[in-house]
Design a protein around this ligand. Structure first.
Ligand SMILES: [Zn+2]
Length: 95
């Protein structure tokens, strides 16, 4: 079964369907482009084809995003410690 070895040492499998470690991501722009304005729905197959796949390491919380499909290496993203992840408030350019 295909898997990646996370930087923390955890082996994260992506071979099973459905997969509890796998998440699917779609941009808001792409989602909007797929939406049928007459019915306000998105065809499931089209949506699935547009989505990027990501694996969430159950041990460290690192997210591995396959931005360019499974043939290319995934991009890892590490969570920051709790309490440090709040984004800075937006500053108005007119303030
Ligand atoms: Zn990990």
């Amino acid at each position: 079964m295909p898997a990646i070895l996370c930087h923390c040492g955890e082996r994260v499998s992506y071979g099973s369907i459905p997969n509890s470690a796998e998440w699917l991501i779609v941009s808001d722009v792409d989602f909007d482009a797929l939406t049928d304005p007459a019915t306000d729905t998105v065809p499931t197959e089209d949506l699935f084809n547009q989505m990027k796949h990501a694996l969430l390491c159950p041990h460290c919380g690192r997210l591995w995003v396959y931005w360019n499909g499974f043939a290319a290496d995934p991009q890892p993203y590490s969570p920051e410690p709790q309490g440090t992840s709040r984004p800075h408030p937006k500053e108005s350019p007119h303030a």
